[in-house]
Design a protein around this ligand. Structure first.
Ligand SMILES: [Zn+2]
Length: 436
């Protein structure tokens, strides 16, 4: 299978500084086979066109790597806007957990489907998911063809089953050409006692994989851990050996200077989730300080319940706003740095930077086309600035994952969007409206 993307404006995200150029891109099977800078000559085009299965005319479109959402709970899409305007702890314990406890595989399947559609339609090609009934998340990701990193969220009361499932699925899916990767997950320091976390670390070491965990999200989390163990949440995880394996640390708002020193040694990085942090009034992650200390910071959305949108363009925009306004320094972060957080830095945090996150020959063909022919994206003075501060997920025209076209001209291929919405409405009726 060969696909040729013609006449695009390529931002490959492979350099420290923007490298924007006209290009044609040849995709063969799951990989980027060849990038022709300054477009093909007519003779070259005729030669390649002979055995090409598909030619996409991307005139007026930007081509960039697919976005990487490094922290979400896709099974939570049904909670979008549900009993909003609450504190995190009240919202979790009084609103979410009572409904979530009734979820079975059918609910997880359809909720995940809804999240995946929203992600695809706003340009996300890889998502890092922590939840339960992950076999259903895998099923949906495979049906759609979306790249997924998954982990069973372990808390003190649900260890055994999830450890066995993690092992079983790790050996089943963690092979070279799989769209699915499996990690170990401990939910958070405040929901996992030291014994549970140690067991997660041991399992991650045994499987030679990483740990996905919430860390330093709220002031109250910090107080809980201080009261229980007399140390910061970061020191707590460090002392239990969590940083001995690669980590994806979701949120990362409350760090002392000593914590920052501990984080300098980690493999992996922080997943910054700005909308969720704003909406739940959790605080602001100091992205600039973390990056200045050499710590990789990527972007995530968190689940739909807290974030209410899975559009990574919205997250990118907010990164810029929050860093600039909290530092009162408009120069502290560049639009291109934010694009990197949503692409190559995300790939690094997930340990997938050899495969995805940039558009380079030999890498997996995970890429998106963004239609610039829109009034709100006009005029074009700076493409990176336009992407971060003017574009939305709705401007994504085409999505290709692992060489396969998943959406073109905003039409989803082989996905029945209306059926998914119908199923979600049914679940909403019997689980949420019926329960009130
Ligand atoms: Zn989360």
């Amino acid at each position: 299978m060969k696909t040729l993307i013609k006449n695009t404006i390529l931002i490959d995200m492979a350099q420290e500084e923007p490298n924007i150029r006209k290009a044609d891109i040849l995709i063969e099977e799951d990989k980027i086979k060849k990038i022709y800078n300054n477009n093909l000559t007519q003779d070259e085009y005729l030669e390649i066109n002979k055995d090409c299965n598909k030619v996409i005319d991307a005139n007026g479109m930007i081509c960039m790597p697919g976005l990487i959402n490094t922290h979400t709970h896709s099974g939570m899409s049904i909670f979008k806007g549900y009993k909003d305007d609450n504190t995190l702890m009240d919202w979790l314990h009084k609103v979410i957990f009572p409904v979530e406890n009734k979820f079975q595989s059918n609910e997880i399947y359809w909720n995940t489907y809804l999240s995946c559609i929203e992600m695809i339609k706003s340009g996300t090609t890889t998502f890092n998911d922590m939840y339960f009934n992950m076999e259903k998340v895998i099923e949906v990701a495979e049906e759609i063809g979306e790249r997924a990193v998954i982990s069973w969220s372990v808390t003190d009361d649900s260890i055994r089953d999830k450890f066995e499932k993690t092992k079983e699925f790790f050996y089943k899916y963690n092979h070279k050409n799989s769209l699915i990767k499996v990690l170990v997950s401990a939910h958070a320091g405040y929901t996992c006692n030291p014994e549970t976390i140690k067991r997660c670390v041991n399992l991650a070491k045994e499987l030679k994989t990483g740990i996905h965990i919430h860390l330093a999200e709220t002031k109250s989390e910090e107080e809980i851990i201080q009261n229980r163990y007399g140390k910061t949440p970061t020191r707590y995880l460090k002392d239990l050996g969590v940083f001995d394996v690669p980590v994806i640390l979701a949120h990362g708002i409350y760090f002392s200077q000593e914590d920052i020193e501990l984080l300098k040694t980690i493999k992996g990085g922080i997943s910054h989730n700005p909308i969720s942090n704003c909406k739940l009034a959790s605080g602001v992650c100091d992205v600039v300080n973390l990056k200045n200390n050499g710590i990789t910071v990527a972007l995530g959305t968190d689940g739909s319940g807290s974030t209410t949108t899975l559009d990574m363009f919205e997250e990118m925009r907010l990164v810029g706003y929050l860093q600039k306004v909290t530092k009162l320094d408009a120069t502290c972060i560049k639009a291109y740095d934010i694009l990197r957080m949503a692409t190559i830095e995300g790939a690094k945090v997930l340990g997938l930077d050899n495969e995805i996150g940039t558009i380079e020959e030999g890498k997996k063909a995970d890429l998106i086309l963004i239609n610039q022919n829109k009034t709100h994206l006009f005029p074009i003075n700076d493409i990176c600035s336009n992407l971060v501060y003017s574009a939305t997920g709705q401007d994504v025209d085409t999505v290709i994952i692992n060489g396969k076209i998943i959406m073109q001209n905003r039409n989803l291929i082989n996905i029945d969007e209306q059926k998914v919405r119908n199923e979600i409405t049914k679940i909403q009726e019997y689980l949420m409206k019926g329960g009130e």
